[in-house]
Design a protein around this ligand. Structure first.
Ligand code: 5GP
Ligand code: MN
Length: 348
């Protein structure tokens, strides 16, 4: 019945033994994840850190940019370093490491300036990630695009090293976090194993109800006002092609006091319309235009992000950043989409 567990196990065997050997004695370790860390980046980094500390290692989690406040309750987050707030501290942590874990990202450009420190470090580098097409910058690679989340993959790696019993409820809570955030509460990106891991984590004491409440019901009034503004005043629908476009101007950023993380999740609302197949959210940030893309089913926004918006990601959730004007990027979205999507049949 559980054949697939063995199948997954078999192709990681060599990497698992290499990692076990690497972790056999206490070491200086840093864990790095991508800029604008989300639930999966944060949860996987903290969960792995908690586990490694149990093995006796000295571990530092390094975030390139600050984390959203609603994750502030997760175990170990207080001792993490944020590069944007403490550049020397972050660089020192990387430079003194004997082992560097790279979690939830597939290329050094996703960690900004820290990329140089990681690239030139003599430390052993370990990738644990579920994005498409990882760049070859690590020594040991756990890359599994079928994994719902990096958290799921961290669980799997720990489990296959034979250390499941080291996962306590605090570590479990961190790992469960990325699983619920990257799957939209188990609505997409799952596989049978995802539910096995969720079951195992619940079994060992994770309170999933309380966790989801802390993560999702933590919005301030301004977040809902901003959402209302986006839906009422900043949304355009390309009816013929099933595309929703939303945008925020620099002035919106000031008017709504938008901070990092405040816009997360808004793009997904457009997918709630039945005929919408692709959603694009264009953000006029201080120096760059950021775009978030989401799609349903077989449409790959990863391809679109990579080709037109200097980005990448997953098939159904991708993003990028371009130096251009807001209007230019909105126009570009409108021009590019018809090349990828056939016209929808007229229902009237
Ligand atoms: P979001 O739209 O939430 O910012 O990002 C969704 C996904 O797209 C992320 O998980 C990440 O994989 C990818 N992504 C977002 N921005 C970029 C970017 O600038 N470059 C690349 N390569 N991927 C991105
Ligand atoms: Mn992820």
């Amino acid at each position: 019945m559980f054949d697939f567990i063995w199948t997954f196990a078999s192709h990681m065997t060599q990497e698992i033994s290499q990692l076990k050997e690497l972790l056999a004695f206490p070491k200086e370790i840093s864990i790095v994840t991508h800029r604008n860390p989300d639930g999966d980046a944060i949860g996987s980094s903290l969960g792995l850190a908690g586990f490694l500390r149990k093995l006796g290692h000295n571990v530092r989690v390094v975030f390139p940019s600050d984390y959203p406040l609603n994750y502030g309750f997760l175990d170990g987050i207080q001792t993490s370093v944020v590069f944007d707030l403490d550049q020397n501290g972050a660089r020192e942590a990387i430079d003194k490491s004997q082992v560097i874990f790279c979690l939830d990202f597939n290329g050094l450009d996703r960690i900004d300036k820290l990329g140089e420190n990681v690239q030139f470090s003599k430390a052993k580098k370990v990738l644990i990630d579920h994005h498409l097409e990882p760049e070859p910058f690590t020594d040991i690679e756990f890359s599994e695009t079928e994994s719902s989340s990096t958290c799921e993959l961290v669980f799997k790696v720990i489990d296959q090293m034979g250390y499941r019993s080291k996962i306590d409820p605090h570590i479990g809570e961190c790992l469960f976090t990325g699983m619920i955030t990257d799957t939209g509460s188990f609505r997409y990106g799952t596989r049978p194993y995802t539910y096995e891991v969720a079951a195992a984590l619940k079994e060992l004491g994770v309170d999933d109800y309380k966790l989801a409440d802390k993560i999702f019901n933590s919005q301030k009034e301004k977040h809902l006002r901003l959402l209302g503004h986006c839906l009422a005043n900043r949304m355009e629908i390309m009816k013929d092609y099933g595309v929703g476009i939303m945008w925020l101007t620099r002035k919106d950023y000031a008017d709504f006091d938008i901070q990092r993380g405040d816009t997360e999740g808004i793009v997904n609302y457009m997918l709630m319309m039945e005929d919408i197949r692709v959603a694009a959210f264009v953000l006029e940030q201080p120096t760059i235009i950021k775009i978030s893309l989401r799609s349903k089913g077989d449409i790959s926004v990863q391809e679109i992000a990579q080709k037109y918006f200097n980005g990448g990601g997953h098939k159904n959730a991708a993003g990028g950043g371009v130096y251009a004007s807001l209007g230019d990027i909105i126009d570009k979205v409108k021009k590019v989409m018809p090349q990828y999507l056939s016209k929808l049949a007229d229902k009237t």
